[in-house]
Design a protein around this ligand. Structure first.
Ligand SMILES: [Zn+2]
Length: 436
């Protein structure tokens, strides 16, 4: 199994999800100016999920609709903050509608179901002038019914804390930022998902501040990206950790101690405590999200099998300070070991970084489609049957019946969906898990 095939499987899975239903049609577009905002209403003949993006270089609002056609005439003149409108088709039957703006803005959107007065399904987009990040504006707006799930992507270390350093000189802080940025970009391209980076440059940020940032924005998941070193240079591959009361191994505890001690670099102490004490202060009452963390961690680990070696086939637990994000499911991904020369070389390669990011995203996607959060676009898509097929990479010890059970799919359906001649599996084999 090559990583290229994994990519094809992912793309095919997404397209299959989008192509289930007949295309919807946008039948009219209305734009109106209000005191504090410009409102755009897209009227459709059937419900469709959409993805909203606000871009501030050449300020514009971009709305992507899956399996949708444009049948309405675009207004020729601008209204309010909207200077011009245009649209284009993208692969997978996706329609992109772009609103070029007079100035930078924030925007929110929500869907409205068809009503008895004969109005069709609507997507309402409110555009408020003002730079992105104007909290005052954002706070006044109620959470839309089809919000994106927000994934906080945390590149470990940074600035005066280089993290682990490979024999070839590669620094963990540099490589994990590259992977985190790729992951964030991929998440933003994904329907129903948005990302935030806890750091987007080479600077130092305290562990506590990393998850405070995620909590402030109500992130649905916190993913910390690392590439650590161990003394044994032969050790390589990926591992995934979640927070626990006790580390599952001495090594996990040692690793946690080192990551936690990162706040000590440059003389800043975590909560003014020595690192050993700080590490021990684990808030055991905040463990509600551990089950979710384990589940999403397992999904991510399964997909990492498709990229390269996996060091430990089970999710590990360790008392990482950075994973102590109250109520936000959190995982720490050790993408590879920078102390291993082959891993160091791979980590430095853009295509390998991209594959790691793809695998992490595939795991996150699987988790959120299996556990759709109420009020999110993903929940709406699940309800509408717009579920991308999932893929699963077989690992040692897997059986087809075990996989069928795990994904709640009848064994016969699984065999048919994959055109399998028998129920034999080989390690690394990609299975399509049919949706619904
Ligand atoms: Zn690290």
């Amino acid at each position: 199994m090559t990583a290229h095939r994994l990519l094809v499987a992912l793309v095919a899975g997404l397209m299959a999800g989008a192509l289930h239903a007949a295309p919807a049609r946008i039948e009219s577009i209305r734009v109106a100016e209000y005191d504090s905002k410009t409102r755009v209403v897209l009227e459709l003949d059937q419900a469709r999920s959409h993805k909203l993006q606000v871009l501030d270089n050449q300020p514009r609002v971009v709305v992507d609709l899956y399996s949708t056609r444009m049948d309405a005439a675009l207004p020729q003149r601008g209204t309010g903050i909207v200077r011009r409108m245009r649209h284009g088709r993208h692969p997978g039957d996706m329609l992109r509608v772009v609103f070029d703006l007079q100035t930078a803005a924030t925007a929110t959107s929500f869907g409205v179901a068809a009503d008895k007065e004969g109005r069709g399904h609507r997507i309402v987009i409110d555009i408020h002038p003002g730079a992105i990040g104007q909290e005052a504006v954002a706070d006044e707006i109620a959470a839309p019914a089809n919000r994106d799930v927000l994934i906080a992507v945390d590149a470990g270390h940074g600035g005066r804390d280089p993290g682990a350093i490979g024999r070839g000189g590669l620094q963990e802080k540099t490589v994990v930022l590259a992977i985190a940025r790729r992951l964030a970009r991929q998440i933003d391209r994904e329907p129903g998902m948005s990302s935030m980076l806890t750091r987007d440059g080479d600077y130092f940020i305290k562990l506590r501040d990393r998850y405070t940032l995620a909590q402030q924005r109500n992130a649905d998941l916190f993913v910390s990206v690392h590439a650590d070193a161990v003394r044994n240079r032969r050790v390589r591959g990926s591992s995934v950790y979640v927070l626990s009361e006790k580390g599952s191994s001495d090594e996990a505890r040692r690793l946690a101690r080192r990551e936690n001690a990162s706040d000590m670099v440059g003389g800043i102490e975590m909560d003014g405590l020595p690192p050993t004490v700080a590490t021990m202060i684990i808030d055991l009452s905040q463990n509600a999200s551990i089950g979710a963390s384990l589940e999403v961690g397992d999904d991510v680990l399964q997909r990492l099998h498709g990229v390269g070696r996996v060091r430990k086939s089970r999710v590990q637990s360790a008392p990482f300070a950075v994973l102590k994000a109250h109520d936000v499911p959190s995982i720490l991904v050790e993408t590879a070991y920078i102390s291993n020369p082959q891993d160091e070389r791979l980590l430095n390669s853009g295509s390998y970084q991209e594959k790691l990011a793809q695998a992490i995203l595939a795991g996150i996607r699987a988790y959120f489609y299996r556990n759709p959060q109420r009020g999110t676009l993903i929940a709406q898509r699940v309800e509408a049957g717009e579920i991308p097929d999932q893929e699963y990479v077989a690992v040692r010890g897997d059986t087809l019946s075990g996989i069928a059970q795990r994904f709640n799919v009848p064994l016969a359906v699984l065999i048919r969906a994959n055109n399998l001649p028998n129920d034999r599996l080989r390690v690394g084999q990609i299975l399509k898990i049919p949706a619904g």
